[in-house]
Design a protein around this ligand. Structure first.
Ligand code: ADP
Ligand code: MG
Length: 340
Protein backbone atom coordinates (compact mmCIF):
# COMPACT_ATOMS: atom_id res chain seq x y z
CA UNK A 1 0.00 0.00 0.00
CA UNK A 2 0.96 3.63 -0.36
CA UNK A 3 1.72 4.09 3.31
CA UNK A 4 4.31 1.33 3.68
CA UNK A 5 6.00 2.21 0.41
CA UNK A 6 6.67 5.73 1.67
CA UNK A 7 8.45 4.22 4.65
CA UNK A 8 10.97 2.40 2.51
CA UNK A 9 14.24 4.27 2.05
CA UNK A 10 14.25 5.64 -1.48
CA UNK A 11 17.18 4.64 -3.64
CA UNK A 12 20.06 7.07 -3.85
CA UNK A 13 20.06 9.17 -7.03
CA UNK A 14 23.43 9.93 -8.53
CA UNK A 15 24.35 12.17 -11.42
CA UNK A 16 27.16 10.52 -13.38
CA UNK A 17 29.27 12.85 -15.51
CA UNK A 18 31.42 10.97 -18.00
CA UNK A 19 34.29 12.46 -20.01
CA UNK A 20 34.44 10.02 -22.94
CA UNK A 21 37.91 11.29 -23.89
CA UNK A 22 39.58 10.90 -20.50
CA UNK A 23 42.50 8.54 -20.17
CA UNK A 24 42.69 6.23 -23.16
CA UNK A 25 39.10 7.03 -24.12
CA UNK A 26 37.66 3.98 -22.36
CA UNK A 27 35.32 5.70 -19.86
CA UNK A 28 32.07 4.77 -21.67
CA UNK A 29 33.23 1.20 -22.16
CA UNK A 30 34.09 0.89 -18.45
CA UNK A 31 30.66 2.31 -17.60
CA UNK A 32 29.04 -0.61 -19.43
CA UNK A 33 31.40 -3.31 -18.20
CA UNK A 34 32.16 -2.24 -14.60
CA UNK A 35 30.38 0.85 -13.29
CA UNK A 36 26.71 0.55 -14.23
CA UNK A 37 26.36 -3.14 -13.28
CA UNK A 38 27.73 -2.36 -9.81
CA UNK A 39 25.57 0.74 -9.37
CA UNK A 40 22.41 -1.15 -10.39
CA UNK A 41 23.36 -3.96 -8.03
CA UNK A 42 23.57 -1.41 -5.19
CA UNK A 43 20.03 -0.24 -6.05
CA UNK A 44 21.23 3.24 -6.91
CA UNK A 45 19.30 5.18 -9.53
CA UNK A 46 21.30 7.38 -11.84
CA UNK A 47 21.40 9.69 -14.82
CA UNK A 48 24.43 9.52 -17.06
CA UNK A 49 25.61 12.55 -19.01
CA UNK A 50 28.59 12.52 -21.36
CA UNK A 51 30.52 15.78 -21.45
CA UNK A 52 30.84 17.26 -24.92
CA UNK A 53 33.68 19.71 -24.34
CA UNK A 54 35.88 21.28 -21.71
CA UNK A 55 33.85 23.25 -19.12
CA UNK A 56 30.60 21.55 -20.13
CA UNK A 57 30.35 19.88 -16.71
CA UNK A 58 31.23 23.13 -14.94
CA UNK A 59 28.42 25.02 -16.72
CA UNK A 60 25.96 22.21 -16.12
CA UNK A 61 26.72 22.07 -12.38
CA UNK A 62 26.22 25.84 -12.10
CA UNK A 63 22.64 25.45 -13.37
CA UNK A 64 21.15 22.14 -12.26
CA UNK A 65 18.64 21.71 -9.47
CA UNK A 66 20.74 20.11 -6.74
CA UNK A 67 17.98 18.78 -4.43
CA UNK A 68 17.20 16.21 -7.14
CA UNK A 69 20.56 14.52 -6.58
CA UNK A 70 22.09 12.77 -3.61
CA UNK A 71 25.53 12.98 -5.17
CA UNK A 72 27.51 13.95 -8.25
CA UNK A 73 29.99 11.38 -9.53
CA UNK A 74 32.59 12.05 -12.16
CA UNK A 75 33.77 9.23 -14.42
CA UNK A 76 37.07 10.64 -15.67
CA UNK A 77 40.35 11.93 -14.26
CA UNK A 78 40.98 14.66 -11.69
CA UNK A 79 40.35 17.40 -14.28
CA UNK A 80 36.62 16.78 -14.45
CA UNK A 81 36.24 16.86 -10.65
CA UNK A 82 38.05 20.21 -10.72
CA UNK A 83 35.31 21.46 -13.05
CA UNK A 84 32.52 20.13 -10.81
CA UNK A 85 33.95 21.61 -7.60
CA UNK A 86 34.36 24.99 -9.26
CA UNK A 87 30.87 24.79 -10.78
CA UNK A 88 29.46 24.20 -7.28
CA UNK A 89 31.45 27.09 -5.79
CA UNK A 90 30.36 29.47 -8.59
CA UNK A 91 26.67 29.06 -7.75
CA UNK A 92 24.87 31.80 -5.81
CA UNK A 93 23.87 29.07 -3.31
CA UNK A 94 27.46 27.75 -3.09
CA UNK A 95 27.38 27.39 0.69
CA UNK A 96 24.63 24.79 0.42
CA UNK A 97 25.73 23.47 -2.99
CA UNK A 98 29.23 22.47 -1.89
CA UNK A 99 27.68 20.11 0.69
CA UNK A 100 26.49 17.85 -2.16
CA UNK A 101 28.60 14.69 -1.90
CA UNK A 102 30.88 14.11 -4.87
CA UNK A 103 32.53 10.91 -6.01
CA UNK A 104 35.28 9.96 -8.40
CA UNK A 105 35.36 6.83 -10.56
CA UNK A 106 38.85 6.87 -12.08
CA UNK A 107 38.98 6.57 -15.87
CA UNK A 108 41.53 9.29 -16.57
CA UNK A 109 45.27 9.30 -16.95
CA UNK A 110 45.61 11.49 -13.84
CA UNK A 111 43.77 9.67 -11.02
CA UNK A 112 45.49 11.13 -7.98
CA UNK A 113 42.42 11.59 -5.83
CA UNK A 114 41.24 8.04 -6.55
CA UNK A 115 44.72 6.90 -5.45
CA UNK A 116 44.27 8.72 -2.11
CA UNK A 117 40.74 7.39 -1.63
CA UNK A 118 41.93 3.85 -2.39
CA UNK A 119 44.82 4.23 0.04
CA UNK A 120 42.74 5.51 2.97
CA UNK A 121 40.15 2.80 2.44
CA UNK A 122 42.99 0.38 3.23
CA UNK A 123 43.41 -1.12 -0.23
CA UNK A 124 46.79 -1.87 -1.77
CA UNK A 125 48.01 0.49 -4.46
CA UNK A 126 46.54 -0.40 -7.85
CA UNK A 127 45.74 1.08 -11.24
CA UNK A 128 43.18 0.82 -14.06
CA UNK A 129 40.27 -1.62 -13.55
CA UNK A 130 41.25 -2.77 -10.02
CA UNK A 131 41.37 0.87 -8.86
CA UNK A 132 38.07 1.59 -10.58
CA UNK A 133 36.40 -1.42 -8.96
CA UNK A 134 37.59 -0.40 -5.48
CA UNK A 135 36.21 3.10 -6.01
CA UNK A 136 32.90 1.69 -7.35
CA UNK A 137 32.61 -0.44 -4.24
CA UNK A 138 33.25 2.54 -1.93
CA UNK A 139 30.70 4.59 -3.85
CA UNK A 140 28.11 1.83 -3.45
CA UNK A 141 28.60 1.84 0.30
CA UNK A 142 27.89 5.57 0.28
CA UNK A 143 29.89 6.83 3.26
CA UNK A 144 31.24 10.36 2.95
CA UNK A 145 34.11 12.27 4.54
CA UNK A 146 34.98 15.97 4.55
CA UNK A 147 37.86 17.10 2.38
CA UNK A 148 39.72 20.43 2.42
CA UNK A 149 39.30 22.92 -0.37
CA UNK A 150 42.11 25.32 -1.21
CA UNK A 151 41.44 28.73 -2.70
CA UNK A 152 43.99 29.64 -5.39
CA UNK A 153 44.37 33.11 -6.87
CA UNK A 154 46.05 33.07 -10.27
CA UNK A 155 47.35 35.91 -12.44
CA UNK A 156 45.16 37.12 -15.29
CA UNK A 157 45.95 35.74 -18.76
CA UNK A 158 48.83 37.59 -20.50
CA UNK A 159 47.85 40.85 -22.26
CA UNK A 160 44.50 40.90 -20.51
CA UNK A 161 43.60 43.59 -18.02
CA UNK A 162 41.28 41.30 -16.13
CA UNK A 163 41.51 40.95 -12.36
CA UNK A 164 43.33 37.97 -10.79
CA UNK A 165 41.15 34.86 -10.91
CA UNK A 166 40.12 32.72 -7.97
CA UNK A 167 39.73 28.97 -8.47
CA UNK A 168 39.12 26.21 -5.97
CA UNK A 169 41.45 23.27 -5.81
CA UNK A 170 41.24 19.88 -4.06
CA UNK A 171 44.57 18.40 -5.10
CA UNK A 172 47.63 20.38 -6.12
CA UNK A 173 49.46 23.41 -7.39
CA UNK A 174 52.60 22.63 -9.39
CA UNK A 175 55.36 24.69 -10.95
CA UNK A 176 58.45 23.54 -12.81
CA UNK A 177 59.25 19.87 -13.20
CA UNK A 178 55.87 18.43 -12.12
CA UNK A 179 53.67 20.75 -14.20
CA UNK A 180 56.06 20.47 -17.18
CA UNK A 181 55.70 16.69 -17.13
CA UNK A 182 51.92 16.93 -16.79
CA UNK A 183 51.56 19.27 -19.75
CA UNK A 184 54.32 17.93 -22.01
CA UNK A 185 53.14 14.37 -21.49
CA UNK A 186 49.69 15.19 -22.97
CA UNK A 187 51.10 13.94 -26.27
CA UNK A 188 51.57 10.47 -24.73
CA UNK A 189 47.88 10.29 -23.72
CA UNK A 190 47.49 6.93 -25.49
CA UNK A 191 49.66 5.39 -22.78
CA UNK A 192 47.25 6.14 -19.93
CA UNK A 193 48.92 6.78 -16.58
CA UNK A 194 52.25 5.53 -17.97
CA UNK A 195 52.50 8.89 -19.75
CA UNK A 196 53.74 10.47 -16.53
CA UNK A 197 56.56 7.96 -16.27
CA UNK A 198 57.64 8.42 -19.86
CA UNK A 199 57.25 12.18 -19.65
CA UNK A 200 59.43 12.15 -16.53
CA UNK A 201 62.22 10.33 -18.34
CA UNK A 202 62.05 12.75 -21.24
CA UNK A 203 62.30 15.70 -18.89
CA UNK A 204 65.08 14.35 -16.66
CA UNK A 205 67.25 14.27 -19.75
CA UNK A 206 67.01 18.07 -19.82
CA UNK A 207 66.44 19.15 -16.23
CA UNK A 208 65.53 22.81 -16.13
CA UNK A 209 65.49 25.15 -13.18
CA UNK A 210 63.48 28.32 -12.77
CA UNK A 211 64.13 31.49 -10.84
CA UNK A 212 61.47 32.39 -8.36
CA UNK A 213 60.39 33.49 -4.93
CA UNK A 214 58.39 31.21 -2.66
CA UNK A 215 56.77 32.48 0.55
CA UNK A 216 54.77 30.41 2.98
CA UNK A 217 52.93 30.71 6.28
CA UNK A 218 53.82 27.87 8.67
CA UNK A 219 50.90 26.21 10.49
CA UNK A 220 51.70 27.62 13.94
CA UNK A 221 48.67 29.74 14.65
CA UNK A 222 45.11 28.44 14.81
CA UNK A 223 43.41 29.05 11.48
CA UNK A 224 39.62 29.28 11.45
CA UNK A 225 37.73 28.09 8.39
CA UNK A 226 36.38 31.07 6.45
CA UNK A 227 35.38 31.49 2.82
CA UNK A 228 37.60 34.55 2.45
CA UNK A 229 41.38 34.46 1.99
CA UNK A 230 41.94 36.13 5.31
CA UNK A 231 45.58 35.04 5.49
CA UNK A 232 46.50 36.64 2.18
CA UNK A 233 46.61 40.26 0.98
CA UNK A 234 45.68 40.87 -2.70
CA UNK A 235 48.13 39.24 -5.13
CA UNK A 236 49.79 42.54 -6.12
CA UNK A 237 50.43 43.66 -2.54
CA UNK A 238 53.31 42.70 -0.26
CA UNK A 239 52.90 39.91 2.26
CA UNK A 240 53.00 40.65 5.97
CA UNK A 241 56.56 40.36 7.26
CA UNK A 242 55.57 38.64 10.49
CA UNK A 243 55.27 34.82 10.46
CA UNK A 244 55.92 34.44 6.71
CA UNK A 245 59.04 32.67 5.39
CA UNK A 246 60.47 33.63 1.98
CA UNK A 247 62.96 31.72 -0.16
CA UNK A 248 64.40 33.09 -3.36
CA UNK A 249 66.53 31.17 -5.81
CA UNK A 250 66.60 28.51 -8.51
CA UNK A 251 63.84 25.93 -8.27
CA UNK A 252 63.57 22.67 -10.16
CA UNK A 253 60.03 22.25 -8.86
CA UNK A 254 57.52 23.55 -6.37
CA UNK A 255 54.65 21.21 -5.56
CA UNK A 256 51.80 22.02 -3.20
CA UNK A 257 49.78 18.88 -2.51
CA UNK A 258 46.85 18.47 -0.10
CA UNK A 259 46.13 14.79 -0.71
CA UNK A 260 48.47 11.86 -0.24
CA UNK A 261 48.81 10.97 -3.92
CA UNK A 262 50.00 12.91 -6.96
CA UNK A 263 49.03 10.00 -9.22
CA UNK A 264 47.30 6.68 -8.55
CA UNK A 265 50.76 5.12 -8.09
CA UNK A 266 52.59 8.19 -6.77
CA UNK A 267 52.40 8.37 -2.97
CA UNK A 268 53.97 11.83 -2.78
CA UNK A 269 52.74 13.22 0.58
CA UNK A 270 52.23 10.21 2.89
CA UNK A 271 51.40 12.43 5.90
CA UNK A 272 48.54 14.21 4.14
CA UNK A 273 44.99 13.58 5.40
CA UNK A 274 41.78 14.61 3.62
CA UNK A 275 40.93 17.39 6.04
CA UNK A 276 44.14 18.13 7.97
CA UNK A 277 43.91 21.83 7.06
CA UNK A 278 47.46 21.70 5.68
CA UNK A 279 49.17 22.31 2.38
CA UNK A 280 52.06 19.87 1.95
CA UNK A 281 54.71 21.87 0.15
CA UNK A 282 57.65 20.15 -1.51
CA UNK A 283 60.31 22.11 -3.30
CA UNK A 284 63.51 21.13 -4.99
CA UNK A 285 66.18 23.79 -5.38
CA UNK A 286 69.07 23.58 -7.76
CA UNK A 287 72.35 23.61 -5.84
CA UNK A 288 75.69 25.06 -6.85
CA UNK A 289 76.14 22.20 -9.29
CA UNK A 290 73.37 20.40 -11.14
CA UNK A 291 74.23 17.25 -9.23
CA UNK A 292 73.25 18.68 -5.84
CA UNK A 293 69.51 19.09 -5.54
CA UNK A 294 68.03 20.22 -2.25
CA UNK A 295 64.66 18.68 -1.53
CA UNK A 296 62.54 20.08 1.26
CA UNK A 297 59.14 19.16 2.57
CA UNK A 298 57.20 21.49 4.84
CA UNK A 299 53.56 22.14 5.71
CA UNK A 300 51.83 25.51 5.59
CA UNK A 301 48.43 27.21 5.65
CA UNK A 302 49.08 29.55 2.75
CA UNK A 303 51.77 30.28 0.19
CA UNK A 304 52.65 32.71 -2.59
CA UNK A 305 54.73 31.79 -5.60
CA UNK A 306 56.34 34.44 -7.78
CA UNK A 307 58.01 32.96 -10.86
CA UNK A 308 60.87 35.21 -11.96
CA UNK A 309 61.85 33.25 -15.09
CA UNK A 310 59.94 34.59 -18.10
CA UNK A 311 58.45 31.28 -19.26
CA UNK A 312 57.16 28.16 -17.59
CA UNK A 313 54.06 26.17 -16.71
CA UNK A 314 51.80 26.32 -13.68
CA UNK A 315 49.01 23.85 -13.00
CA UNK A 316 46.15 23.68 -10.50
CA UNK A 317 44.77 20.13 -10.03
CA UNK A 318 46.75 19.21 -13.15
CA UNK A 319 45.04 21.88 -15.26
CA UNK A 320 47.08 24.66 -16.87
CA UNK A 321 46.59 28.17 -15.42
CA UNK A 322 48.10 31.49 -16.60
CA UNK A 323 51.82 31.75 -15.83
CA UNK A 324 52.59 34.45 -13.26
CA UNK A 325 52.34 35.11 -9.53
CA UNK A 326 49.94 32.78 -7.73
CA UNK A 327 48.86 32.39 -4.12
CA UNK A 328 46.79 29.87 -2.18
CA UNK A 329 45.17 29.32 1.18
CA UNK A 330 43.86 26.07 2.64
CA UNK A 331 40.63 25.29 4.48
CA UNK A 332 38.47 27.96 2.94
CA UNK A 333 35.73 25.35 2.85
CA UNK A 334 35.30 21.60 2.99
CA UNK A 335 33.34 19.37 0.68
CA UNK A 336 32.15 15.76 1.06
CA UNK A 337 33.59 12.87 -0.87
CA UNK A 338 32.42 9.24 -1.08
CA UNK A 339 35.24 7.29 0.51
CA UNK A 340 34.02 4.80 3.08
P1 ADP B 1 42.62 12.90 -17.79
O1 ADP B 1 43.05 12.40 -16.45
O2 ADP B 1 42.61 11.81 -18.80
O3 ADP B 1 43.39 14.10 -18.20
P2 ADP B 1 40.48 14.65 -17.02
O4 ADP B 1 39.21 14.33 -16.31
O5 ADP B 1 41.53 15.31 -16.21
O6 ADP B 1 41.07 13.31 -17.66
O7 ADP B 1 40.10 15.53 -18.27
C1 ADP B 1 41.07 16.15 -19.07
C2 ADP B 1 40.57 17.48 -19.59
O8 ADP B 1 39.48 17.29 -20.48
C3 ADP B 1 40.05 18.39 -18.49
O9 ADP B 1 40.58 19.68 -18.73
C4 ADP B 1 38.55 18.40 -18.71
O10 ADP B 1 37.99 19.61 -18.30
C5 ADP B 1 38.44 18.24 -20.20
N1 ADP B 1 37.19 17.69 -20.73
C6 ADP B 1 36.11 17.22 -20.08
N2 ADP B 1 35.20 16.73 -20.95
C7 ADP B 1 35.71 16.89 -22.19
C8 ADP B 1 35.26 16.57 -23.51
N3 ADP B 1 34.08 15.98 -23.72
N4 ADP B 1 36.07 16.86 -24.54
C9 ADP B 1 37.27 17.40 -24.34
N5 ADP B 1 37.77 17.74 -23.13
C10 ADP B 1 37.00 17.48 -22.05
MG1 MG C 1 43.75 15.55 -15.98
Amino acid sequence: CKFSRSLLPRPRRLLLLVNPFSGRGQAMQWCQTHILPMIREANISYNLIQTERQNHARELIRQISLPEWDGIVIVSGDGLLHEVINGLMERPDWEQAIKTPVGILPCGSGNALAGSVNHYAGYDMCLREPLLLNCCFLLSRGGVRPMDLVSVTTSPAPNSHAAPRRVFSFLSVAWGFVSDVDIESERYRGLGSARFTLGTLVRIASLRSYKGRLSYLPPTSHTPQTPVNHLLPPLDQPLPTQDWVTIEGDFVLVLALYQSHLGADLHAAPQARFDDGLIHLTFVRAGISRATLLRLHITCRAFRLQPLSPRGTLTVDGELVPYGPLQAQVRVQTFSIYVI
